[in-house]
Design a binder for this molecule. Structure first.
Ligand SMILES: Cc1ncc(C[n+]2csc(CCOP(=O)(O)OP(=O)(O)O)c2C)c(N)n1
Ligand SMILES: [Mg+2]
Length: 659
């Protein structure tokens, strides 16, 4: 039985949530009416958050994976004292409102994660829970647990049908991330109809086999039953918990239990019917002051008190453990400027080394300077060379910074986002570049959220060789370069790679993708760290005023310089531009861009071992690869695709110079 105020609050959330959806003529009333008691119980009885200190590091994290419940989340945040007014609620889904269609991290205070693409929230929450475990092990003392919070997720049937959620949950169970609690809004309905049309998994067996606890709440309208299950889940155990909570989609409406209510706003008449059925007497957009008062007491003040107790604990900690406290503060602000470059591996001009080896070495070195770097590879450590420091992260070694992600590129990338989102840590993940396809939806979330996750990839081109077309990237660079708010670096040699990696580890906004070669490439005299920071620069300037240009990046730079030198010996003066990052170059001021790519220098050829499309922004003629690759020995590949000095020289002459 729910108390009077629980009942009143839940009804208010249902009605107000539906009112704003109806006003917007857009949104998802189904979950707003069905899962209300889950949200309400979690917020009023468990979630420790503080609207006056939204970045409080030890707050519980609330991850809404079912992003279509945004109307409910905004209404709850409004009740809980966050800066969302009734007018903001009334502007639900309108242009530039604080209440956009799906929750947007960095846009609406109190939103912990951008959500909408189902499954992402569940997977990202695994990274958040992992970060919590690591920081807990790093900083807590027997008499002062300064990191000690839960990560709560609300998800629906759709979230758990997504592969990314399953990949991540499998890892979370394996790593025994026991502070992770998933509240599953189980209503047997999804957008297209009954869940039984598309799935018949035995959820209990499924999650138990992944080493999760499983609890069932049969009446998802009963706050005490939900409360009891959350309490059990919080009790110490060595497993994360999934609580399956049976609810009725569209509860209280004419379409109760039907999939049609999932995303169809109620009409004014249906809204009146809902209010009548729920005995709701307030006028439109009106809230009984008792509901506000209840939320003030049970969310706002309870959260503020938890935060104030924590601050007291932290001040004791600061006194007793001043060194650890100092380090803790560094972690919180990612305040690890690299100043000591003494042991940074350097390379001599003329050395030959693959950029993946350099990527791994710089990361190892950076990890020694930045103790808050945490990540690893998707079962490809010997290939990508990417690993975290201090041993493998596990239940017994939560201090380990090397995460064995297994062959789970998608979950890896979402988990990296979770690690980064937690704050205090910076996540990275690595794999074969061609499998960035598997990681892309999570990379996109990092870009949308503007968080500084790092995605490292090796085997950047057809020069993978024998593994053939399935393993040879072609269109992946185009895909990522087309993505807003991300920096895609493809360095040319050890020096460029070192510079790009340093930018990535120190970066505080927007994700980095860094792509490295499998094969050895020469260390060039012409490459330059400052140029790398600007995205593009002149790598080779002929002795006389250039009359044409080669624009390139990655392993093709050394070839282009050779081509330019050969042409110079024939009195043809060609500039070579190294462009390791198009996005960063585009951000430079016009003067710099014109200096590197003078508009009057129209004879240009761009060269890259990948799809030609992105280069037409810079050159009207491109030598790329617009077919899939071929399985063949590495040494025959450059010839096959026209990437030898001789072939490029001929092509440049016939197609650009003598045109
Ligand atoms: C990756 C992804 N695919 C599809 C959608 C579109 N979509 C949003 S909600 C939804 C239905 C999901 O069903 P369920 O999780 O059971 O939600 P309910 O209808 O019960 O609220 C779908 C298909 C999406 N948001 N993300
Ligand atoms: Mg459902």
């Amino acid at each position: 039985m729910n108390s009077w105020i629980d009942e009143k609050s839940i009804t208010t959330l249902r009605v107000l949530g539906c009112e704003i959806i109806t006003k917007a003529k857009s949104g998802h009333p189904g979950i707003v009416l069905g899962a209300t008691a889950i949200f309400h119980t979690l917020f009023t009885r468990h979630l420790n958050i503080d609207c006056n200190d939204v970045q409080w590091i030890n707050r519980d994290r609330f991850i809404l994976s079912a992003g279509h419940a945004s109307a409910l989340l905004y209404t709850l945040l409004h009740f809980s004292g966050y800066p969302i007014t009734m007018d903001d609620l009334k502007s639900f889904r309108q242009k530039d409102s604080l209440t956009p269609g799906h929750p947007e991290y960095g846009h609406t205070t109190g939103v912990e994660i951008s959500a909408g693409p189902l499954g992402q929230g569940v997977a990202t929450s695994v990274g958040i829970a992992l970060a919590e475990k690591h920081l807990e092990a790093k900083f807590n003392k027997v008499d002062a647990s300064i990191i000690d919070h839960f990560t709560y997720v609300i998800c629906g049937d759709g979230d758990l049908q997504e592969g990314v959620a399953m990949e991540a949950m499998s890892l979370a169970g394996h790593l025994k991330l026991n502070k992770l609690i998933v509240l599953y809004d189980s209503n047997d309905v999804q957008l297209d109809g009954d869940v039984s049309l598309a799935a018949s998994d035995l959820m209990e067996e499924k999650v138990r086999s992944m080493h999760w606890n499983y609890l069932l709440v049969e009446n998802g309208n009963d706050c005490d039953e939900i409360d009891e299950a959350i309490r059990k889940a919080k009790m110490s155990s060595d497993a994360p918990t999934l609580i399956e909570i049976k609810t009725t989609i569209g509860y209280g409406s004419l379409y109760s239990g039907e999939s049609s209510i999932h995303g169809k706003p109620l009409s004014e008449g249906e809204l009146q019917q809902l209010k009548k059925g729920l005995n709701y007497v307030e006028g439109p957009f009106c809230v009984d002051p008792k509901v506000y008062a209840f939320y003030k007491k049970s969310v706002t003040e309870r959260g503020a008190e938890a935060n104030s107790n924590w601050n007291y604990l932290l001040s004791t900690y600061a006194r007793k453990y001043p060194l650890e406290y100092k380090e803790f503060i560094h972690y919180m602000f990612h305040d690890f400027k690299i100043e000591n470059f003494e042991n940074l591996p350097t390379y001599a001009v003329g050395d030959s080394v693959s950029t993946r080896v350099v990527m791994g070495k710089v990361l190892d070195w950076a990890s020694s300077q930045m103790p808050n770097l945490l990540g690893g590879s998707a079962d490809l450590t010997p290939s990508t060379m990417v690993k975290g420091a201090d041993g493998i992260f596990s239940f017994v070694n939560p201090l380990g910074r090397n995460i064995k992600f297994g062959v789970r590129e998608h979950a890896m990338s979402a988990i990296v986002n979770g690690i980064t989102l937690h704050s205090g840590l910076k996540g990275f993940g690595a794999g074969f570049f061609v499998f960035s396809d598997y990681a892309k939806p999570a990379i996109r979330m990092a870009a949308i959220m503007r968080i500084p996750s790092i995605f490292l990839f090796s085997h950047d081109s057809v020069c993978v060789g024998e593994d053939g077309p399935t393993h040879q990237p072609i269109e992946q660079l185009t895909m990522l370069r087309a993505m807003p708010q991300i920096k895609v670096y493809r360095p040319a040699d050890a020096k460029e790679m070192t510079a790009a990696m340093l930018l990535a580890v120190e970066n505080k906004q927007d994700p980095f993708v860094i792509v490295s070669t499998r094969q050895n490439v020469p260390v060039l005299a012409q490459t330059d760290a400052e140029g790398v920071a600007k995205g593009a620069y002149i790598a080779y300037e002929p002795k006389k005023q250039p009359t044409s240009m080669l624009i390139t990046c990655g392993s093709e730079l050394s070839l282009c310089i050779e081509v330019a030198k050969k042409l110079e010996s024939e009195n043809e003066f060609v500039r070579v531009v190294s462009m390791p990052c198009m996005e960063v170059f585009q951000m430079q001021d016009e003067e710099y861009r014109k200096q590197i790519l003078p508009p009057n220098l129209t004879k240009r050829m761009a060269v890259e071992m990948g799809a030609s499309m992105p280069w037409y922004r810079f050159a009207s003629y491109v030598h790329g690869i617009d077919t899939f690759g071929k399985s063949m020995p590495l040494k025959e590949i450059p010839q096959e695709y026209g990437f030898t000095v001789e072939q490029l020289y001929e092509e440049f002459k016939t197609k650009v110079l003598n045109k």
